[in-house]
Design a protein around this ligand. Structure first.
Ligand code: DGT
Ligand code: CA
Ligand code: CA
Ligand code: ZN
Length: 568
């Protein structure tokens, strides 16, 4: 709710930095970091928290008591979801959006598209043919236009998790699971598909369409229902008998082409496979239906992890040997972690180290931003202070090796922060692109290669810099970059932040074939972010990545040898 208020306030104030915007932003951050529910707190207790003032506390109470609050309802009226969606388009600030609405009656992405097509934007001062072209490109890249619009996984996953948690609690429900592209861990999601096992189909459907996030009910039947959220995201529900749950989950997880490949295998055996069962065509006897595993097994296949179900050879592989995929339990270290020495860090060093120890990590690199990140980087002397703190902490955590690291900034020409001598003194570094997203392909390629060739760079962080659904990231020559990674022994990060999931799964799969080493990192800015390792792993599984290719799955001594070899 506070996140939504922040966004709507930006529109109202016409300025993302306005005081009221910051107030909601800070309050949201404060609650997010609290680590316990705010629900039981009094207004006075809330005000005592950093970032929450009297008026915000009153609004939170109002929301907790009534399930709504007036100010939000009012702003939602003024800025409906179709209008708010335009804030996702890079280059369209709140001021411009309001002008477009007031002067050209542009209220939706579709309005904007047609205004661009009739060259209407260039009539406004400050906008020209060039901005029209840029905006048009951005709209296409974001897939915001028409019925092909897709939702980034970072938005869809928490919503799906909330729906599943609500349905699981209902009486009579024995299992619930989101399926479809989300379970396969696609980067963007067309709609969310939820399967529930229960005998009382009707009452589950009734509860589903009554969920607070159901803004519109588009279907409500005995076993099938569909709702739309306020943002226009569709959620489909199917309620099935517990005895056929596996068949339903398998079918609705897809992908469609994976299903077709499975069905073909069934037909070869005189069987048929659909959302109800695997059964014999002649006798109609059910062979398997209750669990996915029993169906795969009857077909002579190993269980195929959902991220692999894209019909790129996995059915054939499951008939013989599946790759030894990396799983969460393989991960022993995290090599991209920020403390509040980074301006965007949200927890002090001690809390970050403690959080990592609580997860049983064997090694941990603290990688605050290097000095070149203009608003955010640490000076040499701050970095040296960090080293001393880490040495102290190391005594308290004998079972976890603490590495003094840095997230370096790859400059436009591939240059890095600090001087070579200082760079060589770190225990570990990741180097990432944080600026100059508009250079051409050749320049971006040169830049990445230069960073990889630097002897003090251990790995490249979030290599494209993309933000899924918001920013495409840099374009570079993947073959050349992968060849350099292989030749130099530079690791490539798999960033577990759902907005990033960077490198792309295609790049990971190609890189693994070249024998490149990967590191699955969380890029944590708060101890809660350590959970992102699960997302990094699922994304890696989409690329069929084996754990032996993941450097931070290796035992400590082997990992540290690898780091040392690189740093000379
Ligand atoms: P999305 O929603 O566009 O991101 O992608 P999916 O994969 O979630 O697709 P969706 O929601 O249309 O359908 C969910 C699953 O249901 C899909 O992955 C496979 C299954 N399915 C849907 N239509 C068909 C079909 O015509 N044949 C087969 N074999 N399976 C289908
Ligand atoms: Ca779907
Ligand atoms: Ca669907
Ligand atoms: Zn970072």
């Amino acid at each position: 709710m506070l996140d939504e208020m922040t966004l709507l306030m930006k529109l109202k104030e016409g300025n993302p930095q306005a005081f009221r915007v910051r107030a909601y932003e800070n309050a949201a951050a404060s609650i997010r970091d609290l680590g316990r529910p705010v629900a039981g707190m009094t207004e006075a207790e809330m005000v005592a928290l950093k970032g929450i003032g009297k008026s915000t506390a009153a609004k939170i109470r109002e929301y907790l008591e009534t399930g709504a609050f007036a100010k939000l309802a009012e702003l939602r009226e003024t800025y409906p979801p179709a209008f708010v969606e335009m804030t996702r388009i890079p280059g369209l600030g709140p001021k411009t959006l309001i002008r477009l609405r007031d002067e050209l009656d542009i209220n939706t992405v579709d309005d904007l598209r047609s205004a661009i097509d009739r060259e209407a934007l260039r009539a406004l001062p400050g906008l020209g043919a060039k901005s029209e072209e840029k905006l048009k490109l951005a709209i296409e890249r974001l897939g915001l236009h028409g019925k092909d619009r897709r939702t980034p996984i970072a938005v869809a996953l928490p919503i799906a998790a909330e729906v599943v948690a609500a349905l699981e609690k209902l009486p009579g429900v024995t299992a619930a699971q989101y399926c479809g592209s989300l379970r396969r861990f696609s980067e963007t999601i067309g709609d969310i598909d939820v399967i529930v096992a229960a005998r009382n189909h009707r009452s589950v459907g009734d509860a589903f369409v009554a969920l607070p996030l159901a803004n519109e009910v588009i279907a409500h039947g005995e076993t099938k229902s569909s709702i739309l959220t306020r943002d226009g995201l569709q959620i489909d529900l199917r309620v099935v008998d517990p005895g056929v749950y596996g068949a339903a989950v398998l079918y609705f997880t897809g992908s469609k082409s994976h299903n077709i490949a499975l069905r073909q295998r069934a037909l070869d055996r005189g069987w048929t496979l659909n959302e109800y069962s695997l059964s014999d065509i002649e006798t109609e006897k059910v062979i398997a239906a209750r669990t996915e595993k029993s169906i795969y097994s009857a077909l002579g296949l190993a269980f195929v992890p959902p991220p692999m179900r894209e019909d790129t050879g996995e059915v054939q592989a499951a008939a013989g040997k599946l790759p030894r995929l990396v799983t969460e339990r393989h991960i022993r270290g995290d090599l991209h972690v920020h403390s509040d020495l980074s301006g965007d860090g949200r927890a002090p060093l001690a809390a970050m180290v403690k959080g990592a120890a609580a997860r049983g990590l064997e090694y941990l690199a603290i990688t605050d931003h290097g000095e070149d990140l203009s608003i955010n980087g640490a000076t040499k002397s701050q970095m040296l202070g960090m080293r001393r703190k880490l040495e102290k902490l190391q005594e308290r955590y004998p079972d976890m090796t603490l590495l003094w690291g840095c997230e370096l900034n790859i400059g436009a020409d591939g240059g890095l922060d600090y001087d070579d001598e200082f760079l060589a003194s770190f225990d570990w570094t990741v180097a990432s692109v944080h600026s100059h997203f508009d250079l051409d392909i050749a320049a971006q390629t040169t830049r990445l290669i230069a960073a990889m060739e630097h002897p003090s760079v251990n790995a490249i962080g979030h290599i494209s810099g993309r933000m899924i659904g918001r920013r495409p990231g840099i374009f570079f020559d993947q073959d050349k970059v992968l060849a350099t990674a292989a030749a130099t022994g530079t690791g490539i990060e798999i960033n577990g932040a759902l907005e990033r999931l960077d490198a792309s799964s295609a790049m990971i799969r190609n890189g693994a074939e070249l024998g490149i080493d990967f590191v699955i990192n969380t890029d944590a800015h708060h101890p809660d972010d350590y959970r992102r390792v699960a997302s990094g792993v699922l994304h890696a599984q989409r690329a069929w990545l084996e754990h032996r290719r993941v450097a931070n799955s290796w035992p400590r001594h082997r990992f540290l040898n690898w780091v040392q070899r690189r740093r000379g």
